[in-house]
Design a protein around this ligand. Structure first.
Ligand SMILES: NC(=O)c1ccc[n+]([C@@H]2O[C@H](COP(=O)([O-])OP(=O)(O)OC[C@H]3O[C@@H](n4cnc5c(N)ncnc54)[C@H](OP(=O)(O)O)[C@@H]3O)[C@@H](O)[C@H]2O)c1
Length: 362
């Protein structure tokens, strides 16, 4: 249990604990919560919205009343079966959440009822998905939401923000003054990479598919934003960075090394993090003679402490207002199937219909 500092804390804790007990009692009576779940993989219509039993927290878990979730491309790949994964049905979809702790397991140390929290990396390795009114999360995966930060903002930056941080800080080891190119700066990951690279002191080049999104990338801080549909991207990169790119972040599922390696600087690093089916040719000669390196990673492999290091910076940058969430729309949780349809159309079929995250609220 948490250490309580004064009587004010204690009375607040008792009140919340009572609330927690009531929720517990409801659950023991077989109480139900609303959730978005699937019983088989398939198109967005396989997502059902209905009643499932309230979950109960195990010793190291918190029971969180969810206030906001968001959609990521991985949710679409799992739900559709594009990425075969061992799922237990009914499978509650969703990776990220923001919410409030309503009950804690006996061994929970860092949180107490009433704490506002966020998490990513749920719905995998036997962990419960997040598209529900109540979710149990092991405290290792939970982060505090700073007082001034909105639930929908933090949830929209959770998976994509952690991904951007892991890639820039742990993998590419981006340094101030370096030139970073991110292909796809208007997307969930790309818009986080643009902002964080600027915070870390880099000069940033990016691409987007419409003039409106090019302008949005500039507003995010990009020094050069290029329309990949109407402009010669490679010529613009060479013009901006004649000595080459220090870090090339590829968000597309079809990395093109033949194109990227000549544009890299000596000791340039390239990040690849999408496209499980991709099998591009690597031109080894031009790659090694420039001392280049290639870094692949998946955020779901990061340990809780690695994720927390990223989460702490994300929290701080949100408080300082140097990092901003990009939200395209907010929908009720009951419209989870529609949210998946839009995300799939935008990411998989490349309609470009989204300019930010889809957030849903129970
Ligand atoms: N490895 C990991 O840990 C990890 C973590 C998160 C995501 N991912 C993967 O990373 C990928 C991107 O995720 P996301 O959430 O950022 O997706 P997203 O929000 O759908 O963004 C996709 C981006 O691709 C851009 N794009 C499409 N065609 C392009 C082209 N020909 N040239 C340049 N840009 C183009 C889009 O730009 P416009 O809209 O302007 O056309 C958009 O910015 C997904 O495949 C996802 O599964 C991997």
């Amino acid at each position: 249990m948490v250490a309580l500092n004064d009587s004010k804390d204690l009375s607040a804790h008792v009140a919340l604990a009572v609330a927690g007990t009531q929720i517990g009692a409801r659950r023991w009576n077989g109480s139900k919560m609303k959730a978005a779940y699937i019983k088989k993989t398939g198109p967005p219509e396989v997502i059902q919205f209905g009643d499932l039993p309230d979950p109960r927290p195990k010793r190291t878990e918190c029971l969180v009343r969810v206030t906001a979730v968001d959609v990521n491309p991985i949710d679409v790949y799992l739900r559709s079966g594009l990425i075969p994964a061992p799922l237990t049905f009914p499978f509650i979809i969703g990776r990220d959440l923001a919410g409030t702790v309503v009950e804690t397991g006996a061994a929970v140390k860092r949180f107490k009822p009433g704490d506002r929290v966020w998490a990513s990396n749920q719905g995998t390795d036997g962990r419960m998905g997040t598209f529900a009114e109540l979710v149990t999360v092991d405290e290792r995966w939970l982060n505090t939401i700073p007082q001034t930060v909105k639930d929908e903002d933090i949830v929209a930056l959770s998976l994509v923000g952690i991904t951007a941080h892991l890639g820039l800080v742990r993998k590419a080891k981006l340094k101030g003054g370096e030139v970073l190119f991110v292909n796809g700066g208007s997307g969930g990951v790309g818009s986080s990479v643009v902002q964080m690279a600027k915070i870390l002191g880099a000069r940033v080049i990016t691409t987007a598919g419409t003039e409106e999104k090019v302008n949005l990338c500039r507003q995010l801080g990009a020094d050069l934003a290029i329309n990949y549909k109407t402009q010669d991207v490679d010529a613009a990169i060479k013009d901006f960075a004649p000595k080459g790119i220090h870090v090339w972040w590829e968000t597309l599922r079809e990395p093109n090394f033949e194109r990227a390696i000549p544009l890299l600087a000596t000791r340039g690093r390239m990040i690849v993090m999408a496209g499980r089916e991709a099998r591009p040719t690597l031109p080894v000669g031009p790659f090694y003679v420039k001392d280049c390196s290639l870094h692949g990673f998946a955020m779901f492999n990061a340990t809780p402490s690695e994720q927390r290091a990223a989460a702490e910076d994300i929290n701080q940058w949100l408080v300082e207002k140097t990092l901003h969430a990009r939200i395209d729309r907010i929908l009720p949780l009951a419209e989870a199937a529609e949210a998946h349809r839009i995300q799939e159309e935008s990411t998989v079929r490349k309609s470009g219909s989204l300019a930010g995250k889809i957030v849903l609220k129970p």
